[in-house]
Design a protein around this ligand. Structure first.
Ligand code: SAH
Ligand code: SF4
Ligand code: F3S
Length: 448
């Protein structure tokens, strides 16, 4: 069959979608680039907020309507990912009923589920349920060689933040073995990959016999010809001195930390069950700034968590100003069925949530403008990732500390390391002009 895969949600879903490509191709199916050319459309879904799930339900509807209007034979529609895991066979009851449902540990079943969908002989065409020993490996060929290769190092989550659906959709934390991870990365490098992003909902909580996350990173950094190692998402509770020193000392470990704070109020953090206080969080930021040259930060925030007062929110705004994130992903609290926060009253009115979100985004924009102003004139080493969209003769590139730069007037190729001088910014990217081919790694070389 010709299959189109559409991916929503986090990078763990992107990785899984690539693994799904491998599973389906092995079973003799082929992947197509447009839904209209497909016999089956698989949607890899996200449940993290109510809005994410609504988007997917309306997407199923619009696919069905498009098929009908174009008079095409009925396409099979399959739901994979967190929504499939959360809702299981209930998804058969929605309007525009999907034909198959595959939870996050069941992708090996997809060839069978597709067959069932074609024959129509199986009434409840659903496979869900967590399996401790299922770990996927995404085929290297499915990634463009010069891009960062995602490598999921464990699945699930053992934290139980009170607002979060992920522990129930992804199950308990289960580790890929260090051997399996190292083999996967060696294979990526053998096939020309130079950069990996280690992935986990709490990547820093990795734990195998004799091995914590810092030690795993140290092992990965020994792989020859692997130039850059990134990782996400970090939980503040798992970032210790050993990890900060590892990032500081190892050249190939990129100086960028994605550490969601969620709130700047201890009272709210306690109700969220995040297990740290704002002072602990700031200590990590200060240590990282002190020890890791050019380190940058990104994070996530939730506004309007049950019981969040204006005073709590002011503290979140303050935290954002204090940290000076390169990027902050901010969300309005969304009540998720079955999570512990459901027992608290969702008492912050939607208008207030919207106002707080808008204010937080404004503050982040101000922080970002100051960061970009300070950077003008600096010379950075960046790796070219591809052609820049919408502008000819320019490329998009990334610094070790995860800053995107659009570089004008160069024919550099993906994978090239070049030196650029920063001239300004546009949206979430810096703008730069080429200075020379770079020989160094890292980021800010000279401040002229
Ligand atoms: N494991 C990561 C990310 C989890 S999901 C972590 O622990 O940080 C990504 C982000 O979505 C979270 O960091 C949080 O900011 C947001 N999020 C999760 N559940 C949410 C909810 N119920 N409402 C609003 N935002 C939510
Ligand atoms: Fe969700 Fe918290 Fe686990 Fe992150 S650490 S996935 S926010 S429960
Ligand atoms: Fe969404 Fe599942 Fe990722 S809920 S954020 S796709 S783990």
């Amino acid at each position: 069959m010709k299959i189109f895969i559409e991916t929503y949600g986090c990078q763990m879903n992107s990785y899984d979608s690539t693994a799904i490509i491998g599973i389906l191709e092995n079973a003799g199916h082929s992947i197509v680039k447009l839904p209209k050319d497909a016999d089956a459309v698989l949607i890899n879904t996200c449940s993290v907020r109510d809005h994410a799930e609504h988007k997917i339900l309306s997407r199923i509807g619009s696919l069905r309507i498009k098929q009908r209007r174009a008079n095409r034979p009925k396409q099979i529609i399959g739901i994979c990912g967190c929504m499939a895991e959360r809702l299981g066979k209930k998804l058969h009851e929605v309007s525009h009923r999907p034909d198959l449902i595959a939870g996050v540990d069941q992708y090996d079943q997809l060839p069978q589920l597709l067959e069932n969908a074609v024959s129509g002989n199986v009434k409840v065409n659903v496979a869900t349920g967590h399996m401790d020993d299922v770990h996927y490996v995404a085929p290297v060929e499915a990634y463009p060689v010069n891009n960062s290769h995602l490598v999921t190092i464990h699945k699930g989550c053992d934290y139980k933040c009170t607002y979060c659906i992920v522990p129930s959709t992804r199950g308990p934390q289960r580790e890929k073995s260090p051997l399996m991870i190292l083999d996967e990365i060696k294979n990526i490098v053998d096939q020309g990959g130079r950069e990996v992003t280690l992935l986990g909902q709490n990547v820093t909580a990795y734990s195998a016999p004799g091995m914590n996350f810092a030690k795993l990173v140290q092992q990965v950094s020994k792989i020859k010809n692997l130039d850059r190692i990134r990782f996400l998402t970090s939980h503040p509770c798992d970032i210790d001195d050993e990890l900060i020193d590892t990032i500081a000392e190892l050249d190939s470990v990129c100086p960028w930390l994605h550490i969601p704070a969620q709130s700047g109020s201890d009272r709210v953090l306690k109700r969220m069950k995040r297990y740290y206080k704002v002072a602990d969080y700031m200590r990590i930021i200060e240590q990282a700034r002190k020890k890791i040259p050019d380190v940058t930060f990104s994070g996530d925030f939730i506004v309007g968590f049950p019981g969040e007062t204006d005073e709590d929110f002011r503290q979140t705004v303050q935290l954002m100003r204090d940290v000076r994130y390169d990027q902050a992903f901010c969300f309005k609290y969304s009540e998720r069925p079955g999570t512990p926060a459901c027992k608290m009253t969702d008492d912050v009115p939607i208008e207030i949530k919207k106002e707080r979100l808008a204010e937080l985004l404004d503050v982040q924009e101000e922080v970002w403008q100051n960061i970009t102003k300070d950077a003008v004139g600096e010379i950075w080493s960046v790796v070219v990732e591809g052609e820049a969209r919408h502008s000819e003769n320019s490329v998009k590139a990334r610094s070790a500390n995860n800053r995107k730069v659009i570089v004008d007037g160069t024919e550099s190729q993906p994978g090239d390391l070049i030196s650029v001088q920063i001239t300004g910014s546009n949206g979430s990217s810096f703008l730069g002009k080429i200075v020379s081919a770079a020989t160094m790694k890292g980021t800010a070389d000279v401040n002229i």
